[in-house]
Design a protein around this ligand. Structure first.
Ligand SMILES: *[C@@H]1O[C@H](CO)[C@@H](O)[C@H](O)[C@H]1NC(C)=O
Length: 326
């Protein structure tokens, strides 16, 4: 078999690009709709940039006439098209090349009838996008309608694209198929036919009907109902029947009941030594303790070694048999 020719090899990536279907929502790769929208945005920017181009200052009658000619001219269209794609943006140029005729037809004939280029080009003509509030191959209305999808409290799957299923992904605090219901920990602060607002409960509530700790339906874990309000358990408690360290159901680790209250256990003064290495110091801390070698002592697995001994053991342990320096 003869070796493949260079030219043929060079064309291969291009062919693959054209033949392979676009990967669905591949990482970072713009969807066809996003690409179309990008092109339209640049086109609109080009229209702004070329408006009144080459004409400065007061408009004479001659300028007015020439201007209106230029306004709808093929020259202006070419100037706009030139600015649409970066020279290195292969996909943009490819799309532009394929769609140039459409854009020209719109520019020369359809602009008045369909002033919104995005709608005419990306939605109606290429059918790669949908109008906002609609989704999927046939641009159906999102859950909750196209005006305020998901009650304005969530994102409609596929909104504005030919993808997705129109279901709602609700913002924090909202739930339900239309994102009109409140999550646990939120209460409905306003609800009418079209709008639903949920507001966070006080931190002491698991559920609530209003904003304060007196509006809880149920207290949050670590809080307890006392005289109509949820109050916080003491930090030394696991569960409690009221405020303070005297109302704990149980004590947190490192604390024990002493005179009816949960109090810190001094591990360093227990009969059973907390710090077991030789020469080691013990320091009590709230809920725990630390074991530390005294200053200057060296730390080993089972002892704190005094400085003098450390030198000796280190030398005998690490010195090589041959003394190069001596
Ligand atoms: C519902 O509430 C919103 C927000 O306050 C308000 O703008 C809207 O007019 C209300 N709609 C009705 C039907 O009352």
């Amino acid at each position: 078999m003869p070796p493949p020719r260079r030219a043929a090899l060079g064309l291969l990536p291009l062919l693959l690009l054209l033949l392979l279907p676009p990967a669905p929502e591949a990482a970072n790769k713009p969807t066809p709709c996003q690409r179309c929208r990008g092109l339209v945005d640049k086109f609109n920017q080009g229209m702004v940039d070329t408006a009144k181009k080459n004409f400065g200052g007061g408009n004479t009658a001659w300028e007015e006439k020439t201007l209106s000619k230029y306004e709808f001219s093929e020259i202006r269209l070419l100037e706009i098209l030139e600015g649409l794609c970066e020279g290195s943006d292969f996909e943009c140029n490819q799309m532009l090349e394929a769609q140039e005729e459409h854009l020209e037809a719109w520019w020369l004939q359809l602009k008045n009838e369909y002033p919104d280029l995005f709608e005419w080009f990306c939605v109606k003509t290429l059918k790669v996008c949908c109008l906002p509030g609609t989704y999927g191959p046939d641009c159906l209305e999102c859950q909750g309608g196209s005006q305020r999808p998901c009650s304005g409290n969530g994102h409609c799957s596929g909104d504005g694209s030919r993808q997705g299923d129109g279901s709602c992904r609700c913002h924090v605090g909202y739930q339900g198929p239309l994102c009109a219901d409140c999550m646990d920990g939120y209460f409905s602060s306003l609800r009418n036919e079209t709008h639903s607002f949920c507001t966070a409960c006080d931190e002491s509530c698991k559920t609530c009907l209003g904003p304060t700790n007196r509006d809880c339906g149920e207290c949050e874990v670590g809080w307890v109902l006392e005289e109509g309000a949820c109050v916080e358990c003491d930090s030394s408690c696991v569960g409690c029947t009221g405020e303070g360290p005297g109302n704990c159901k149980e004590c947190i680790p490192g604390y024990a009941r002493e005179l009816g209250q949960c109090a810190d256990v001094d591990e360093c003064s227990l009969a059973e030594k907390a710090c077991v290495r030789k020469n080691e110091n013990c320091y009590n801390t709230p809920g725990s303790y630390v074991c530390v070698c005294p200053d200057g002592f060296e730390e080993t697995e089972d002892a704190c070694v005094p400085p003098a001994e450390a030198d000796v053991t280190e030398e005998s342990a690490t010195q090589p048999p041959v003394h190069e320096d001596l």
